[in-house]
Design a protein around this ligand. Structure first.
Ligand code: AMP
Length: 413
């Protein structure tokens, strides 16, 4: 089949590597892609969140399947426009992508479906904000209602900072703090049938020891040896299937990738957030371990054929990815710095560009993610950090403790 992949970040590079390795994928196009994606796919230009432009490109390249990576095109209705051309698309409709596009909508669906999650209040006025902060107490959790590229959430004990974030956002969801290790579970679904991938853990804070502000994600690893044996089964039964049923009942079935962000609290797994697409950088580690051909899996989901899809196969061992970020990220990142070591196998490109002279340069906050597998987590971790050592990028920074507490057996439930 001919596949068109939409997006330009690390998630899309990881998806492109997976799709290119699938023998059923005869030709792989990516738009707009990045210099890493260019090594495994034919790049085309497109404005990714322009539904008509993406649909026209899908027709032009005679795609049998379009895979939409990022959330903004999905929320903008790119999947609807592609399907309207009679082309299979992996990614939810604009209406279903509201599960990510609006935190208040997601909370409403969760309440209707009886999904375990934190208590919350949607707030627009100062009075509502004050009442919600008083009710839920510290640490305060204040979330921008709309899309914010993983940076719309403030978790703080500082009342003034919580109030300032609420004012800046205008419309927020304030919720109860959920205490416990976080897990990301990706679920591939055609709207009715659903197939969970391997749970992963990511690292949201910029600094070692989870210090500093939230980012889009600084690293990830899988599998989670410390997670309860029944975790996936429980989340499928308590959260995923009821949510999919609720979305079908509303006439907006969710087909694509349902990302369930969970906190494993003392009273069980509770939803922190839903996303409507693969998470970055967890995709890098989950796909590094997936042995099932990725294109076949996504095509089955996009064509309503997931119920008959064979059980997923996984490689033995573990995977770790470490994000190398630009100077000043997650503040306004410095870009245009020359990168060396970016072409090592396993180095996934997120924010890179080719300069006119051919040099690889940084073009975003998260620049690369060094991804490696190994027979166990310690070996995978050592291999990922060895890749990082081979990268030079002036002013860059990375966390040095990705997967460390799991290797040392320090995660307790
Ligand atoms: P989100 O964009 O909703 O995933 O939030 C980003 C990060 O903020 C999450 O990965 C958590 O680390 C943290 N967070 C969000 N909501 C909560 C919550 N209710 N309790 C504790 N931490 C939270």
């Amino acid at each position: 089949m001919r596949v068109l992949l939409i997006g330009s970040g690390g998630r899309e590079h990881a998806l492109a590597v997976g799709l290119a390795a699938d023998p059923s994928v005869e030709r792989l196009f990516a738009a707009p892609g990045n210099p890493g994606v260019a090594a495994v796919a034919e790049l085309r230009d497109v404005t990714a969140d322009d539904p008509a432009a993406v649909a026209a490109l899908a027709v032009e390249v005679a795609a049998d399947l379009v895979v939409v990576g990022p959330e903004a095109p999905l929320v903008a209705g790119v999947a609807d426009a592609v399907r309207a051309k009679g082309i299979a698309c992996f990614g939810p409709s604009g209406a279903a992508a509201r599960l990510e596009g609006s935190k208040a909508f997601a909370k409403d669906v969760m309440a209707a479906a009886g999904v375990p999650t934190g208590r919350s209040a949607a707030c627009t006025t100062d009075a509502e904000v004050t009442a919600a902060l008083d009710e839920f107490g510290t640490p305060y959790v204040v979330k921008n209602d709309g899309l914010a590229a993983g940076k719309g959430v403030v978790v703080t004990d500082d009342r003034a900072a919580a109030e300032a974030h609420a004012r800046d956002c205008g419309r927020v969801v304030i919720e109860e703090f959920l205490d416990g290790p976080e897990v990301s579970l990706f679920v591939v679904t055609d709207g009715t049938a659903a197939v969970p991938l391997m749970p992963a853990q990511d690292f949201k804070r910029v600094g070692d020891g989870d210090a500093g502000p939230n980012t889009g994600g600084m690293g990830a690893y899988a599998p989670l040896s410390w997670a309860p044996a029944d975790l996936v089964e429980r989340v499928m039964a308590e959260t995923v299937m009821p949510t999919l049923a609720e979305m079908r009942g509303r006439g907006t079935p969710f087909a694509g990738l349902l990302y369930v962000g969970l906190a494993l609290t003392r009273t069980g797994p509770k939803v922190i957030e839903f996303n409507a697409r693969f998470g970055d950088p967890e995709t890098q580690v989950v796909l590094a371990l997936l042995a099932t051909p990725l294109g076949e899996l996504l095509h089955a989901a996009a064509t309503g054929a997931l119920a008959d899809f064979p059980a997923l196969r996984w490689h033995e061992g573990s995977a770790v990815t470490v994000v190398v970020a630009s100077h000043n990220y997650p503040g306004t990142p410095r870009t245009g710095d020359v990168i060396s070591g970016g072409e090592q196998p396993g180095v996934i490109h997120a924010g890179t560009a080719r300069r006119a002279d051919g040099a690889l340069v940084s073009s975003g906050g998260r620049v690369l993610s060094a991804t490696a597998t190994g027979p166990d987590l310690a070996a995978a971790r050592a291999a990922a950090y060895a890749l990082v050592e081979g990268i030079t990028l002036d002013g860059s920074h990375h966390r040095t403790d990705i997967a460390l507490s799991a290797v040392e057996g320090r995660i307790t439930l």
